[in-house]
Ligand binder design. Structure first.
Ligand SMILES: NC(=O)C1=CN([C@@H]2O[C@H](COP(=O)(O)OP(=O)(O)OC[C@H]3O[C@@H](n4cnc5c(N)ncnc54)[C@H](O)[C@@H]3O)[C@@H](O)[C@H]2O)C=CC1
Ligand SMILES: C[C@H](O)[C@@H]1OC(=O)[C@H](O)[C@@H]1O
Length: 253
């Protein structure tokens, strides 16, 4: 299996894309630690599936916006699983809102969770990998929104561009430690984050029509690309951005 015996840490692993990556990694032989915020039931489901795959699984609850959460997550996971080989920074929020009356607290919270949260988490994971001295793979879940805008995402898209940029800079900073850093850029994937937005039939139809593969994404569509980047199959891939969007980005006309 591609991740036999590796320790894989995933932030935001109780739902959606993070849950699919955590379970997918376990099915490739990895032991898995997830961070999550709020959703105990979702976290339990992830752990059930990880254990059913025959792997060890632990969950550590905490808000990624707080830098202490990152230290606690990495140290708890390291003790339980014996180290960190793969770190997936995935946790994120996207409270859709118009630009002109965007509340200050919505902007600040989105930046704190999506960008600063990713920064603290990636830094904590990288410090542990450097201490171990056996390299590693860091994957951050950015977005198609790092490349294109959204009318109701003016607070969100800059955070996703920032996460992509974080992977480019950390790829340089960590290459000498044989730690690879790459970004995944999902298109529109049906999860809790966009349930309300996609409940508008017109919006949904538009998103589907923009996608050459003819359907919106599902969380499991991200598992394969994440496992590839995590595994030795991607041993010479660092600083890269992998779009996983069914072709939505290139579809102008
Ligand atoms: N669903 C989509 O269409 C796309 C999603 N993304 C990105 O994928 C990532 C995952 O999103 P989804 O799976 O769609 O969302 P989701 O809402 O299904 O899952 C979000 C996960 O993040 C966790 N989380 C949220 N805030 C947190 C916080 N403050 N601290 C710790 N954990 C927190 C939740 O507990 C949950 O496990 C996000 O970074 C999002 O920006 C990127 C492109 C498209
Ligand atoms: C939440 C959005 O539906 C989703 O998130 C993104 O990053 C993309 O903009 C997707 O459409």
């Amino acid at each position: 299996m591609l991740l036999d015996g590796r320790s894989v840490l995933v932030t935001g692993g109780s739902a959606g894309i993070g849950q699919a990556i955590a379970i997918g990694a376990a099915r490739q032989g990895a032991n898995v630690a997830i961070n999550y915020h709020g959703d105990d039931e979702g976290a339990e489901h992830t752990l059930d599936q990880v254990r059913q795959a025959g792997s060890k699984g632990i969950a550590v609850k905490g808000d990624v916006a707080d830098p202490k959460t990152a230290e606690e997550f990495v140290s708890t996971a390291t003790k339980a699983l014996g180290g960190v080989d793969v770190f997936v920074s995935n946790a994120g929020i996207c409270p859709f809102h118009a630009f002109l009356d965007m509340p200050q607290e919505t902007v600040e919270r989105t930046v704190q969770v999506n960008l600063l949260g990713a920064y603290y988490m990636v830094q904590a994971g990288a410090r542990q990998m450097v201490e171990q001295g056996r390299g590693g793979s860091i994957i951050a879940v950015s977005s198609i929104s790092a490349l294109v805008g959204g009318e109701f995402q003016t607070h969100y898209t800059p955070t996703k561009a920032g996460v992509l940029s974080l992977m480019q800079s950390t790829a340089i900073a960590l290459g000498k430690h044989q730690i690879r850093c790459n970004a995944l850029l999902p298109g529109t994937i049906e999860t809790d984050i966009n349930r309300d937005d996609l409940s508008d039939p017109e919006k949904r139809k538009y998103m589907e029509a923009r996608t050459p593969l003819g359907r919106l994404g599902e969380p499991e569509d991200l598992a394969g690309p994440a496992i590839f980047l995590a595994s030795d199959m991607a041993r010479y891939v660092t600083g890269a951005a992998l779009l996983v969007d069914g072709g939505m980005y290139v579809n102008l006309q």
